[in-house]
Design a protein around this ligand. Structure first.
Ligand code: NAP
Length: 290
């Protein structure tokens, strides 16, 4: 997958907080394209099921964008909200019917013919891998989704689903950052590397918490010292740290500000050396490597 999706991806989860007009969101998309980011990450449930519709309005404001961008969406979580009065309890739904209906609704909301990538948002304890395979097959045959992947899957869950599919899953979108290092050690990133599956890192800046990490914590201290030495911001260091991983992580950026995107794009030219990488990891974990 990594050849076709840009290395950095812009996440649209926070669009409801951006307070931007459709034309302004279209401007953000154009700005990203100029910076080499062509891939945008959404989900059916974001902003109380409103995110895809808001993004669709931006695409309607500049329809030329549709042929230039790659779209990721997700399905499988069912929220209790006014927009879904039939949901009594938050639950997961990876039935064939739900997956197909959700993907078709994503297309309608965004006003596009096809998703480039559809992810199962979270592992469903009632996941029937054969049923998901049927749903993926139906969407693929109808030309509605190009490729499929998962999000927040552990290796055994990934393997179960993959065992019933004709085509390889091409992505696992997981939480990984200097504030969340589990996937480095639980087999997730090892599996991605082994299978050449592109890991996507959600909340690569810890949802913004990294910027506010106190300067006197171990992580704050190392970020600020290395930042000074290398003339980099904390946020650039955090992205460079992810990019250094051999699995080929695609950070999914969450900012709505093009200047901040530009700064983070610049992190792609930074190659942290092994000791700098480990200094950050040890500070993140709050302990030395064994
Ligand atoms: P993030 O990049 O870790 O955090 C973005 C937040 O950091 C924004 O509120 C941004 O505010 C703030 N920020 C503060 N200083 C910044 C700086 N210098 N540069 C950049 N941002 C700065 O990512 P995220 O928004 O938490 O998540 C990114 C994407 O991951 C989402 O949009 C979504 O697509 C995806 N996601 C997926 C899952 C999943 O389960 N698969 C879960 C969560 C998120 P400003 O906007 O004001 O810059």
């Amino acid at each position: 997958m990594s050849k076709e999706f840009s290395r950095l991806i812009l996440g649209i989860w926070r669009i409801g907080d951006w307070n931007m007009s459709p034309a302004e969101v279209a401007g953000l998309v154009e700005g990203c394209l100029e910076l080499g980011i062509d891939t945008f990450d959404l989900a059916d449930i974001y902003t109380g099921y409103q995110c895809e519709g808001l993004f669709g309005k931006a695409l309607a404001a500049n329809p030329d964008l549709k042929s230039k961008i790659r779209l990721i969406s997700k399905c499988g979580i069912a929220l209790v909200t006014e927009a879904r009065p039939q949901h009594r309890v938050k639950h997961y739904n990876t039935s064939r019917e739900h997956i197909v209906a959700s993907a078709e609704n994503s297309l309608r909301q965004m006003g596009v013919d096809k998703l480039d990538l559809l992810l199962i948002h979270r592992p469903d304890p009632l996941m029937d891998a054969d049923e998901i395979a049927e749903a993926f097959g139906a969407l693929k045959r109808a030309g509605k989704v190009d490729r499929f992947g998962v999000s927040n899957f552990l290796p055994h869950q990934f393997e179960l689903l993959q065992s019933r599919l004709d085509e390889p899953l091409v992505a696992n979108q997981v939480e990984v950052s200097l504030l969340h290092t589990d996937t480095l050690f639980d087999g997730t990133l090892d599996q991605c590397q082994r299978l050449h599956v592109a890991p996507q890192a959600w909340s690569p800046l810890g949802g913004g918490r990294l910027s506010n990490e106190p300067a006197d914590t171990p992580l704050g201290q190392v970020l600020d010292r290395l930042g000074e030495e290398l003339k980099l911001t904390r946020e650039q260091l955090a992205i460079a740290w992810l990019l250094r991983h051999p699995a080929g992580i695609h950070p999914v950026l969450g900012t709505g500000k093009i200047e901040r995107v530009r700064q983070l794009v610049a992190a792609q030219s930074i190659a942290l050396d092994r000791q700098q990488w480990f200094e950050l990891l040890e500070a993140a974990m709050g302990r030395e490597m064994p």
